[in-house]
Design a protein around this ligand. Structure first.
Ligand code: FES
Length: 162
């Protein structure tokens, strides 16, 4: 995969935030840029980032796979991460995940056939007191997601214009 000049320029703006000998520190930002531009981070993209930052591809892959926010394959327009970590589990986190999956007819990590939704379990999102908690498109935290609120959310998202 060849990075476009525009993408390289974006990478270099991130690299410039760190001392010259620590350009690898920009790896998370570069992964985020690729995901923003392509929707997910492919193995090819990881190799391109590794080459640009002068680090082993496996080290980039370790970062991609450590964080839920990086998509290793294409995801739906709305990515729903439902927290199933222990504190949420104690307050219906798993029930919330199963409810969303059942409503959308997908398994965890699955996407709807129309490409609108992807559902994933998530580790702690740092808002345990608001359980059940979920994250929409890696950006918007949603709290106290009872089945009623989940139903309202899914209906709202499904009605969004394309
Ligand atoms: S366990 Fe779900 S937000 Fe912390």
């Amino acid at each position: 995969m060849t990075l476009s000049e525009a993408t390289k320029a974006r990478f270099d703006r991130e690299v410039a935030k760190y001392p010259a000998e620590q350009r690898q520190s920009a790896v998370m930002a570069c992964l985020a840029i690729v995901q923003q531009e392509q929707g997910h981070v492919s193995a090819d993209a990881e190799r391109a980032i590794a080459a640009h930052l002068g680090m082993p591809p496996i080290a980039v892959h370790e970062v991609t796979t450590f964080y839920n926010m990086y998509n290793q394959q294409p995801v739906g327009r709305f990515k729903l991460n439902v927290c199933t970590n222990l504190p949420c589990q104690l307050r219906d986190g798993e029930t919330a995940l199963q409810h969303v999956c059942k409503k959308l007819g997908v398994e965890p990590y699955g996407s709807t056939a129309d490409g609108v939704f992807t559902v994933q379990p998530s580790e702690c999102l740092g808002a345990c007191a608001d359980a059940p908690v979920m994250l929409l498109n890696d950006r918007q935290m949603l709290s106290f997601m009872t089945e009623q609120r989940l139903d309202e959310l899914l209906a709202l998202l499904a009605a969004q214009p394309k």
